[in-house]
Structure formats: structure tokens, C-alpha cells
Write a protein that binds this ligand. Structure first.
Ligand code: ZN
Length: 416
């Protein structure tokens, strides 16, 4: 096991821009993020979500095998269980979960959305990914979060206990957890929120960003890094105002959060608004985004890291990524009969070099899902994370060799 004694990383070593280039209208870049344990994350990189300090169905050592050098842990969930004080006592998150890669923590603010307005409005971050767009929620589901000017009030999803999360409290929890990259407390507004609400919320998030930064500056020991978060929904004036404000403060990095509009096209538009205002030398993170199309859009706009539950959540429901159109397939849509089982006596993807594809067939994985064997989820999660990891590696190589446009064209050619 690594020596987890805290070193102070020279601040200039935290993020370095290694390469930047332009292809067509795209601003492409390669960078490196480093933590105090010496782990390196080459960007652009996909950051899988490890809500409870674990990628579901995998353990930390498997992540290293998969060359996953960054994960995204949820502050609210770690606070609810086992609690930041205990984790601090046990040597902080890296030691607690035996993972030395770059650990991002969110602020808990996203849960104000997912446990509050998302339930109320019945939506996700991008409303159109849900078929019942704009429909009001089922009133039987209880809303578990409320927001005031000073804090977010949660009702714990575990035991109903009331939790008040202020900007200072959120940073205090994240400092105790010992994550490498912390986020300021903000509110992720619903795509269905009105202009007036989004504006009010953004202004509150700006005040919270300042309070988060002040608390962080007083308490940071020099080995953690704080990102400010840009809000403003899909409104041009609000996004610009928020970007200018956040970029004017001494954050170590910038995250883009909040509602990204009512369609995937809006992501492109919102990024094109804000990216020019963010200093070149700062790492940029796009919160909660990670479908294949979105990854390309993010990278083309100079995003360095992005987190999303897609590959891991899909894996657990039997949906795997492949290198040809439609890029995903559900291998558990039905229980294969004997003829089909023989037909699927081959890996998920013959061109994939992951542990699962090298060792197991679709016929076997289909069987495991149907009899409810836990190994099925592990094996599919490994495949999907490998797919993402490998895709990002290929994209980075293409950027470095100035053939990104060609690579993208070839990748999506497989759609026909
Ligand atoms: Zn595979």
C-alpha cells in the first residue's frame, strides 16, 4: 500500500496544460492533473461516479487495473454514512478506500436538485432525455431537500435525520474527507425552472461560492484544490454573469454545472458562451455529462474532465457499449434460447481487449443476468469502463497527432 503521508504539492504542479491545438472550430487540449500522492490523470478524462466511495460492483484495485485515475465521490452520501469525522480519523478517503487516484468530491448541492426539484419536476439534468418531458412529478414521491439563502436542508434518505448544509459546512466535510478536488456549494437548477428562479438561484450560488472560497482559504493545508461552479441554466446573460464572477476569483479550477438546457444541442451552445471567459491555465470540469455525443462536444470546447453515471449504470442494467452503431446493446433484453445461446458464443465486442471480452461470452453473461449472479454486473461494468477509458485514450492520441477530426469522423462512420 502507498504511503499516505500528506505532502504539499507545489500548486503549479496540480494542473499543467501540456498541449493545445485547433482543428476546424474546435479548441482541443491535453493536460495533466496531479495529486499529493503522486497520481497523475491525463486529460481530457472521463471520471466515473463512485457515489459511496465505490464504483458499484467494483473495488478500488480494479479501478487501477482499468487505469481509472480519477473518480467522483458524493459528499452528501459520505456525510450521511459513515460520516466525515470517522473517515478523517481513519486516514481520509484515499486510505479509507485504498485508492490513490485523483478523488473529486461534489459539494452536496446536486442532491438539492436530485432529491428536491428533480423529484418535484420529474426531470434529469437535461430534460429531453426523459420521454415525459415537462410533466409534473408523481406527488407520491417525497421531496427530500429544500433550499434557503443560508443552506440546503436535507432529510436523510437513510434515517430521515435533518441535515443542514451551508457553504462552510460543505467545504468542512470535503476537507475532512481529504479529496483532491473540492467543489463549492451551489444549487443545480432544474431545466424547467423559470428565468426568475434561475437568476435568483445563480446569485445565491455566487454568494455561496465566495463563502466556500473564504472558508477553504482559511482551512486548506495546501494539498487540496477548490473549483468554482458556473451556473445560470440555459440563459445567455446569466451564464456570462456567472462565468465572469467565478473566473475572477482565485479558484484552482472551474466547473460548469446546472441545467444545460432542454436539449443536447443546448450543451454545445452553453459551452460556446462560457469557455472564452475561463482562463486557459485552469482545469475545467463539466458536471454530470457523459454520453458519447456529449463527450465529443465537451472535448471540442476545451473541457478537461467530466463525470457521469452512464457507463456504470448502463452496465448494471445489462446495456453494454460497442464500437459500432448504435454503440450500445442490451444483452439482457431476453433470455436466450438454445439456438441464440449458441449464436452468442462470442465476446461482447471482438475488438475489445477488456478482461470481460477476453474471458467471457455474451451467452454466459446473458445467463448470469437471468439467474441474478452478481458477477454479471461486475463484468459488464469492467467492459463499459474499459470502453470509455480506451475511447478517451484514443481521443487524446488523436489530439496530440492533430488528427482529431479524422478520428471523430471514423468513429461515427460506424453509424451507417
Ligand atoms: Zn470488453
Amino acid at each position: 500500500m502507498k504511503n499516505y503521508i500528506e505532502n504539499t504539492v507545489n500548486k503549479s504542479n496540480f494542473f499543467k496544460l501540456l498541449h493545445s491545438s485547433k482543428e476546424g472550430n474546435y479548441n482541443l487540449r491535453i493536460g495533466i492533473i496531479q495529486n499529493s500522492l503522486g497520481s497523475k490523470l491525463i486529460t481530457p478524462a472521463f471520471i466515473p461516479v463512485a457515489t459511496n466511495a465505490s464504483i458499484r460492483a467494483l473495488d478500488s484495485l480494479k479501478l487501477k487495473d482499468l487505469e481509472i485515475n480519477g473518480i467522483f465521490v458524493n459528499t452528501y452520501h459520505m456525510h450521511v454514512h459513515p460520516g466525515e469525522d470517522i473517515i478523517q480519523e481513519l486516514g481520509k478517503l484515499h486510505k479509507f478506500m485504498n485508492y490513490d487516484g485523483i478523488i473529486f468530491t461534489d459539494s452536496g448541492g446536486f442532491q438539492a436538485f436530485s432529491l428536491g426539484q428533480a423529484i418535484e419536476h420529474g426531470v434529469g439534468k437535461i430534460v429531453s432525455i426523459f420521454s415525459k418531458e415537462g410533466k409534473k412529478r408523481n406527488n407520491n414521491i417525497e421531496k427530500l431537500a429544500e433550499i434557503t439563502d443560508d443552506y440546503i436542508i436535507f432529510k436523510s434518505h437513510l434515517d430521515g435525520k435533518i441535515i443542514k448544509l451551508s457553504p462552510e459546512k460543505s467545504i468542512d466535510i470535503q476537507i475532512k474527507l481529504g479529496s483532491d478536488i473540492l467543489m463549492v456549494l451551489d444549487e443545480c437548477t432544474s431545466p424547467l425552472a423559470s428565468y426568475e428562479y434561475t437568476k435568483k438561484s445563480m446569485e445565491r450560488s455566487m454568494r455561496w461560492a465566495l463563502r466556500s472560497l473564504e472558508f477553504f482559504k482559511k482551512n486548506n493545508k495546501g494539498n487540496q484544490y477548490l473549483y468554482g461552479i458556473i451556473q445560470g441554466g440555459h440563459h445567455y446573460d446569466l451564464r456570462i454573469k456567472s462565468t465572469e464572477f467565478i473566473s475572477s476569483l482565485p479558484f484552482d479550477g472551474i466547473a460548469i454545472g446546472g441545467s444545460l438546457g432542454t436539449s443536447k444541442e443546448n450543451i454545445k451552445e452553453i459551452l460556446s458562451w462560457v469557455m472564452n471567459y475561463i482562463p486557459e491555465n485552469l482545469p475545467r470540469h463539466l458536471l454530470g455529462i457523459g454520453s458519447l455525443n456529449e463527450i465529443f462536444t465537451a472535448i471540442e470546447n476545451g473541457i478537461d474532465t467530466f463525470d457521469c453515471v452512464i457507463p456504470t449504470r448502463y452496465a448494471r442494467t445489462g446495456t453494454v457499449f460497442t464500437n459500432s452503431y448504435p454503440f450500445i446493446k442490451d444483452i439482457t433484453a431476453k433470455y436466450y434460447n438454445q439456438i441464440e445461446t449458441k449464436k452468442y458464443n462470442k465476446p461482447i465486442d471482438e475488438n475489445c481487449n477488456c478482461y470481460t471480452c477476453r474471458n467471457y461470452t455474451v451467452a454466459y453473461l446473458n445467463h448470469l443476468f437471468f439467474v441474478g449472479e452478481i458477477a454479471a454486473m461486475t463484468l459488464l461494468t469492467i467492459h463499459n469502463l474499459y470502453f470509455y477509458s480506451n475511447l478517451l485514450k484514443n481521443i487524446r492520441e488523436a489530439i496530440l497527432q492533430n488528427r482529431y477530426l479524422k478520428f471523430k469522423e471514423q468513429f461515427f462512420k460506424k453509424t451507417s
